[in-house]
Design a protein around this ligand. Structure first.
Ligand SMILES: C[S@@+](CC[C@H](N)C(=O)[O-])C[C@H]1O[C@@H](n2cnc3c(N)ncnc32)[C@H](O)[C@@H]1O
Length: 281
């Protein structure tokens, strides 16, 4: 696997802009996973919810509907471009969701402010989750809940395993990232999640597998383009000569073609849904 480390600064560069380019499709792809994480808890009207790494705000907007006019749905993200898009969406839809440009690992909130800390595929990008979770835990009310969705391993997720395997003999592998480097699969090991959350003062940790079909593209060409624009394939092919890219694109197209259905290229997505509560001191 030639996956590279994805540092938080990348979200203010090319990665954030590529995400914006595909935002509608990515939201459609990720929404079922976010809904599963919300359903794992008990979000109710009037609750105060923090959406960590909210990106363009899709899940925050959904949470704002659930908590109603006396609740709070606050999305925070380090990407200026994505927070900008989230604010535009809230304004356009009249949503009460609010958005702040802020690093969750450093943001300062009053103690016991939130009923729920939520994240849809955000927390595995923390530069240092071992420090970030203890920083966030005191912001939860004693009976509050942590709920998030994160990917299982790359090997469990064909939307990345297939294209990366297709290019393995074409692109020379980059050195493997340090173990647990921030990136989409850094929380793939449930033992690691348990370890990080326990050390941060969380208990009642429940980690449940959740699988859902992803419509990766309406056509094979669209699926290849998406893989080229966002995610591990994009990073693996960055800077490769045109001849290598052309061969890689052909190989990825063939791999996706094997998953073509009447709807388009449909591939299973494999996530963990994580729920936990703060431990009383
Ligand atoms: C894979 S995207 C998911 C975005 C959004 N939650 C969604 O589901 O569409 C990960 C997001 O986490 C954000 N992020 C990474 N590290 C962060 C941090 N330390 N604090 C806040 N946001 C962070 C990135 O900027 C990016 O928008």
């Amino acid at each position: 696997m030639t996956e590279q480390t994805l540092r938080s600064s990348d979200w203010n560069g090319r990665n954030g802009h590529q995400w914006l380019l595909h935002q509608g499709r990515l939201d459609a792809m990720l929404a079922p996973f976010g809904s599963a994480a919300i359903a794992a808890g008990a979000l109710m009207p009037d609750m105060q919810v923090l959406d960590i790494g909210c990106g363009a705000g899709d899940s925050t907007l959904a949470i704002a509907e659930q908590v109603g006019e006396n609740g709070t749905a606050l999305g925070i993200d380090i990407s200026q471009a994505l927070i900008g898009r989230a604010r535009e969406r809230a304004e356009a839809t009249g949503s009460r969701a609010r958005f702040d440009l802020s690093d969750a690992a450093q943001a300062s909130f009053p103690a016991a402010m939130f009923d729920c800390l939520f994240s849809r595929f955000g927390v595995m990008f923390f530069d240092d989750p071992v420090a970030a979770f203890p920083h966030l835990r005191p912001t939860l009310k004693p009976d509050g809940q942590l709920l998030f969705a994160c990917w299982r391993s790359a090997g469990d997720n064909d939307w990345v395993r297939l294209p990366m395997r297709a290019i393995a003999e074409i692109v020379s592998p980059t050195p493997p990232p340090p173990p647990h480097a921030p990136g989409p699969f850094s929380f793939g090991d449930p033992a690691r999640i348990t370890h990080i959350l326990s050390a941060a003062g969380f208990g009642d940790i429940v980690i449940t597998p959740f699988d859902h079909d992803i419509l990766f593209g309406e056509t094979v060409a669209a699926a290849v383009q998406r893989a080229l624009d966002v995610g591990p394939l994009e990073r693996a092919l960055a800077g490769q000569p045109d001849t290598v890219r052309a061969r890689a694109i052909m190989a990825v197209g063939n791999a996706f073609d094997a998953r073509r259905t009447d709807r388009g290229v449909v591939i299973n997505g494999a996530a963990w849904i994580v729920a936990a509560r703060p431990v009383a001191h």
